[in-house]
Write a protein that binds this ligand. Structure first.
Ligand code: NAD
Ligand code: GLY
Length: 352
């Protein structure tokens, strides 16, 4: 088992191992012992596959277990779902001694974290991530949110969980395209600041993902511990995301988040090379890496289409937008530019 300690506004452990759901009750008892109520929140797909394993383990350890299951997908990450969850917590009479458990991908984890930040002004929550993306990224670091019609993650809170349990067995039921989404985030960590991870990724890690997941969690730990509230170095985690979010939006969300981030990384790398800010050897290496993990690399949109969306991005700060640019193979930098120059920058990233 890999264990990583995150020292943020709350200190907690991330565990990565096979079959962790079976021992979830005992693991949780070491943090907040029963008797108390655990509201398990999941989506319909994940709950059907893995819900019984988690709830049986919690009940066997002596917890009272309640369940709240939402339809799967981003469409559920709304204030309406949050409202329904708050009401369910109140109807079941959960108090601050009780806790919430998120069983699912980033959608469930983000909603549960925000509900836990706000119900009774804060109750504890624990994460059981079941997608690769949630294991390496969204379950760690305390960003929680729901979407508004005006954009993704526009209402949320920083709220750290009391523990994160990554049961790698759950990855066995992931559809390949959702697994590939997580691979885009894994690869991202390599180009941000982890050349050794890039070397590990030369060999397909799918058969034995524990070490790679733990390494990504360590990379995330380092930036979260340095900048929990996302005012500086944590923004490096947005590599590929400014262009990526624009790609996702322009495709009307038919391109997945991971695919869009992959395309976004390529656009920013090509633009950084054209601007003399990045070693040209990074681009062929990145293209090969993304293709190895079945991710797209070609942007189907124009610079003006991308810029129109990116100007509304919450990463924009007044007239400036901070880009994340690769510099060498395994090193990226924050690079603020005037928002008016963004379209021309994207255009450099689209030139063949
Ligand atoms: P998701 O939660 O929608 O899961 C993707 C799909 O996979 C869903 O249909 C789900 O039912 C299914 N699924 C999940 N686990 C499964 C399993 N083990 N077997 C079979 N099917 C399974 O999406 P995601 O990609 O996990 O997360 C994306 C969300 O995470 C977005 O809302 C994004 O904004 C958020 N996010 C948050 C952070 C953060 O720091 N909080 C970071 C990155 C992304
Ligand atoms: N996923 C970006 C962050 O946690 O900051």
């Amino acid at each position: 088992m890999k264990k990583i300690v995150i020292k943020a506004s709350r200190t907690y452990e991330v565990q990565v191992e096979k079959n962790l759901l079976a021992s979830a009750g005992a693991s949780l008892a070491a943090l907040l012992p029963p008797p108390r109520t655990v509201m398990v929140v999941s989506d319909d797909t994940v709950f059907a596959l893995w819900g019984e394993k988690l709830t049986a383990s919690l009940r066997a350890a002596g917890y009272t277990v309640k369940e709240f299951v939402i339809p799967h997908g981003e469409k559920s990450k709304t204030p309406e779902t949050l409202f329904a969850l708050w009401n369910a917590l109140a109807a079941e009479g959960l108090t601050r001694s009780d806790l919430l458990a998120a069983l699912g991908g980033g959608v469930v984890g983000d909603i549960v974290g925000f509900a836990a930040a706000t119900y009774l002004r804060g109750i504890p929550f624990v994460q059981f991530p079941t997608t690769l993306l949630a294991m390496v990224d969204s379950s760690v670091g305390g960003k929680t949110a729901v979407d508004l019609p005006a954009g993704k993650n526009l209402v949320g809170a920083f709220n750290q969980p009391i523990g994160v349990f990554c049961d790698t067995d759950t990855l066995s039921t992931l559809p390949p395209e959702i697994y590939a989404d997580g691979c885009a985030e894994v690869i991202k960590y390599g180009y941000i600041n982890d050349p050794a991870l890039l070397e590990m990724l030369e060999k397909d890690f799918s058969g034995d993902p524990e070490e790679v997941i733990a390494r990504c969690v360590c990379d995330k730990r380092d930036v979260v511990e340095a900048d929990e509230r996302d005012t500086g170095v944590r923004q490096l985690l947005n590599l590929g995301h400014t262009a990526g979010h624009a790609v996702e939006h322009c495709s009307n969300f038919t391109l997945s988040h991971g695919s869009s981030v992959a395309i976004g990384m390529v656009v920013m790398t090509r633009a950084a090379i054209a601007a003399g800010l990045c070693d040209p050897a990074v681009l062929p290496h990145m293209l090969q890496m993304l293709e190895r993990y079945h991710l797209p690399v070609t942007c189907p949109f124009t610079a003006s289409e991308l810029a129109a969306v990116a100007m509304g991005d919450k990463k924009r700060n007044g007239k400036k937008i901070t880009l994340v640019l690769p510099r060498t193979k395994g090193e990226s930098i924050l690079y603020p530019i005037d928002a008016k120059d963004l379209e021309a920058f994207f255009a450099k990233g689209l030139e063949a």
